[in-house]
Write a protein that binds this ligand. Sequence first.
Ligand code: SAH
Length: 204
Amino acid sequence: MVDEQLRARDVVAERVLEAMARVPREIFVPEHLRRHAYEDAALPIGFGQTISQPYMVARIVETLGVDGGDRVLDVGTGSGYQAAVLAELAGEVVSIERLPELAERARACLAAAGYERVELHVGDGTLGVPERAPYDAIGVAAAAPELPEALYAQLRPGGRLVIPVGGRFGQRLELIVRSPEGPAVVRSVQCRFVPLVGEQGFGE
Ligand code: SAH
């Protein structure tokens, strides 16, 4: 997975490649799909949601430029896989999922894989987790129509936010840096994520 899907494309950060080599993705995939755990694809995890394609996880995490001292917010816990990769790289990981059933399952998977340090919340992640702000980095694994203001507001000055922005059926991954002049936006690859459903996301 790491060599063929990540290194062979354009993921270059050694720390990210090593982190992704360490996290057992099969633990985060439903049992009947385990044999597909290292394929180049998103996989269904129930409730109409997916565990992201490994390449998109690598893109988000590499773009975030996570450091060992960082406090990171992961929006859209889903399976918990991206939270686990972030836990390999960051000082603290806070993760929020809107569907309680998925959050419960992610909690069990994270514990089984040894990442019980990840702090899980259930709620509308478009509003962030203000009580734990500010964050050095925020990664969003679901698509938003535009930059959710509450997330930007919870960044530390100089903090980074990576989020797929666009329509329901296709987006560009954006890196937004909190700067004194306001949001500095860099657009990256074309992507397709499940919608971020919430107050500052898409409607139900
Ligand atoms: N990072 C996940 C990807 C899961 S897909 C993984 O590695 O498996 C995106 C997830 O975002 C879904 O589980 C979906 O339920 C969740 N989601 C959608 N809107 C949300 C919101 N407003 N707040 C929190 N989670 C949300």
